[in-house]
Design a protein around this ligand. Sequence first.
Ligand SMILES: [Zn+2]
Length: 660
Amino acid sequence: MVQKADKLFINAHVLCMDDDFSHYENGAVAVVEDHIQAVGEMDILQKKYQAQEVIDCKGKILMPGLVDVHTHVPMNLLRGLGDDLRLDVWLLGYIMPVEREFVSPEFVYLGTSLACAELIRSGVTTFADMYYFEDQVAEAAAEAGLRAICGQTILKFPSPDADSYEEALASTEKMIKKWKGHPLITPAIAPHAAYTSTVDILGSATAMAQKYDVPLHIHIAETAQEVEDCLNEFDMPVVPYIEQFDVFKAKVIAAHCVHVDEREMHKMKRYGVGVAHNPTSNLKLSSGIAKIPRMLELGLNVGIGTDGVSSNNDLDMFEEIRLAALLAKGSSGDPTVVPARTAVAMATSMGAKSIHLGEQTGSLEVGKKADLILVDINTLHNSPHYRNDPNSIYAQFVYAAKSTDVTDVMVDGKWLMRDQELLTIDIDQLLPQAQSLASEIDRFLVERFQSVFSKLIAIGGAEEQESYEVQIKVKVDNPEQVITNLKESELEILYHRHYHEFDTYFKFEDPEEGWLRYREDEFIDSKGEVENVRYRLTLIGPQREKHFPHDVLLSRSRFIAPAPHSLRFYKEYFKPKDETYIEKDRQRWKVSFHDIEFFINVDRLDEPDLGTFLEVKSRTWSLDDAEKKAQVAENLLELLGTQSKESETLDYVQIVETQP
Ligand SMILES: [Zn+2]
């Protein structure tokens, strides 16, 4: 008996991507409403089905749509922003400041719409996302007609859409309730990573994922640094660390997993964790190469993701699939690992399983959603082809075909692209909006990068207000005598401290920028042991000091900021023209003299070896005040048994500068 279908695809090379890798060289697929009704030989299906629309595929590949298992789609608007940088400099120096300033629901909607257009053109029918204002990702994806897992980001610090993680959790729950049960959108919760989460975030996110039975999307072991930090802090790598909070009892999508060890892989397999492999992103940010062949051997479900456009810089899944195959071979020295057919499975059926949507999509099987694409394999770069080996069609797809060969895309039984024409998104309207926003961001960045000061502000701000100091600095030949004089004087000593200081001074092209000092302060206790270490940045303003009679000087505007990142980070971020390194042993007294507070520093310069200097200084806010303090400072110097000499009053930095 002839049955009715809405659509009948004929004359197609059908790749089912089911567990048996069934394929039909002269195949057909029947679609009824949103699902696949039948798959098989064309002669049989043509006799069996009468369809409203018959699509002659003209020998093209008909296959399940591709699954992009890890994205941050709104970041399409940040394409090409801060390339060729290290992950921390890129993220903290560029992306996060721009996100804080610009990311809004409108930004997310626009970025997602553009990304959906790009995804559809590259044959993607499902993507798994993680970003802010994820409700708008869901809106835009649903409107474009794509299937998506929309994971709302949870961070332990304020984000563009939440001042606190409690707020982020509350908006996630609202988003989950709104979208749960939608035919295309699967809401999800996305604690960004272990190192950006608190214990409470991991626990609450897991509980929410379980309560609503939605996926939990998280970055795991993306960099060696992340693993090292976790080992240092918790004495275990990332997977067992988050296992403690039952995270893996949720349906986890684990992005990257570049630096997981054998035991962690076994653990992930046991919990059914899906792995999102992002080869371009891992290479571009130099994160490393994930052990994909081993994960596949252990039976983990590994999907392929583009990651956000900022670390890729496009959403071309064809590039990603090819790279996944090539990278595994090149890095293992074994060309048989990740064969083409496996790579295609990772981008379709296995990819769908890795994001816990394997029941719905990822293969052309009866009852599954009609998420499918047509790929023209008769183009120049695809020709000629061989068919003596049944796997050659997969090899052709992975190694020769390009995303531009995708001609038609259907999701949930509805056309999103026909003959390469996008049907649900008007890119001519979106592109000018994106460019005008990019120009705005350009202006913002140009302004920010104008001065060292504004760059300092952008990565966390300067903590202390501008201030000046009256200071005298003299070389002393007998520091012990100075210290004895100090102790035997009637000075009121407020405290005494002992430090080892390791200073790196950054010098910039424009002398008006002044110096930026990265200081590592080791506090030395009475036993001579390092008690504590502090890292600080100080921006020492340009040379605007006023010289008083003799050699007391009023020096400089100073901005002090904590320095939570590495020296390497600051070098790459501030890009100084020159650097000067100074190491010294500092004894510091805070004293009160004539009702003025002074710091007395006895500094032994070890690197470069320049002898010992006595420094007397006091903070000041006005010139009148400075003059008075300068006089008192001279008296203090005398009390310590020394006196200033014009020629010796030098700043360390200047001393080092004038050394041969
Ligand atoms: Zn990511």
